[in-house]
Design a protein around this ligand. Sequence first.
Ligand code: DMJ
Length: 634
Amino acid sequence: MHPPSRQDYTSVSLAGPGGGSYNNSKQWRRQSCWRKWKQLSRLQRSLILVILFICGVASYPAVTEHLRGRSGGVADGNSVLRTVVPHMLPEPVRQDQPSPEHTSQRKLSKKRGPPALQNRLQKKGNASDSEDKAAHGRKEQEGVISWRGAVVDTEQATEGHRDNEDHPAANRTGKTSNKSRASCLEAVQETFLHSWKGYKDFAWGHDELRPLSKSYNEWFGLGLTLIDSLDTMWIMGLKKEFEEAKSWVATELTFNKSVDVNLFESTIRILGGLLSTYHLTGDALFLDRAKDIGSRLMPAFNTPSKIPYSDVNIGRGTAHPPRWTSDSTVAEVTSIQLEFRELSRLTQEPRYQAAVAEVMKQVHKLGGKLDGLVPMFINTNNGQFTHQGIYTLGARADSYYEYLLKQWIQGGRTEPQLLEDYLQAIEGVKKNLLHKSSPHGLTFVGEISHGQFSPKMDHLVCFLPGTLALGAHNGLPADHMDLAKELMETCYQMYAQMETGLSPEIVHFNMHQGSTRDIDVKLADRHNLLRPETVESLFYLYRFTGDRKYQDWGCEILQNFNKYTKVSSGGYTSINNVRDPDYPSPRDKMESFFLGETLKYLYLLFSDDPDLVSLDRYVFNTEAHPLPVWPSAV
Ligand code: DMJ
């Protein structure tokens, strides 16, 4: 890593071509000016010099910003001169000017990939560049405001293409040209390959890459990033990389080791990743491995209440709660169902499905909910909610809501209890957690803490627009889609209003009149872990509305990941400070979900092919691994 103070500087020559040759009239004008200057008193000359100096200083930041190619100021109007990005985080590839790497990658992408997926990379939208520009121009005249160069309509989300109309890519409200969008698709594949290079060079077979120290981090010791990435590579058509990873799974991966794993994390990443790769490839290797890890996780359910423990030793077949408590996290015990239900269907062994269905049954019956909203902890001895009083759609509760809807969809919309709980919870969100910020009226989902509303929203909550849109697509009330669009705008603003264009982990919304900005970020919450939730929702919203602005927003986010989190030797890193573009302070960790989720959703967002993992045939688990909607249901 280069020291933070190390900076690159651009030298700018102001002398234009032919600037040195003057004709006679120019010379005369210069002489006459000089005469007039000499006629002024000393006081007059000093005054003019002072005025010129002040003008020069005042215009300096704007000039340097312009020279450095930034459009628009930072969200808070802070005019502090920003210097260049630290050397270890290179500039992104510009969308409209593919680099040589870009071009070679384009060639690469044509050659690679399973036959059925190959030509999907070439597909582009229907709208012409000029049509896009015209649409954008119209939009600007209709009274939109611009934050950090992003076009935002504060009144209403753009009326997009509706579900069931001809082609989802028909709407052209976005401001990016089709050519730029096509290069976003290539750029996301390139981003994946750069991440993979880092992982392969410095962390192969280990859990997570530490890209700055060119080493790795072990969590479970099960090749987490590799397994999380399998289906992403398949979907992107990266056949060579996929085959290398597959041979590691075939020859190196073993679950027969005494290691404690977290039930939820290993279910969504490992079991989910193996099952989805099995479905996409049809290769029995992945099903074998899925059965192995699935059966090794089962001891977690041997608890007095049948609410599973958080941790399992997959080698010894023992399970336990965390050292300090006998509680499990509600989101964790209720977000393993899609995977275990699918494992039962494939193996014809009912025990997996029975175990996770029991959890849902108990949680369904429990008291202590607030209009369908659940607390964050549940006790593994007595099966009751504990630490009650906090209701959030963020950490520790988030995917409970997601899995209510997705299980209902997975099973062919035949389990009314799941739907009832989901619908009730969304009403609970509307009644208790939904508010608007000041001054721009962004709709956000806050939290209830012991009866008090808190305008705090985790980035994790940004899964909700996508989930609401998925529900509406499956016949749930149309106002779910309206809310999805409003929240999508908010999640995008959580990126666009930060100086790096990347969202912090947690934001606080201002609600009092007279606020000058909608979003505040506490010092401890300024980090970005390369999380997927916003781009996940952009993918759903684009698929269901065809509104190009969602692709544009995703493109912008991808560019900023490349600008502020890319490590030149390979890989991307989470950062500590999204508010400091000069030194975002890298954390030296690339989470497996960056490859498993973030880049997969971005790729699907840009792909424009609704059949590439169709949302009518697949349901994504909470780690972005697509599992089939059960056949009898389609
Ligand atoms: C992922 O592991 C999953 O999406 C999970 O549901 C939430 N946290 C991370 C990504 O942010």
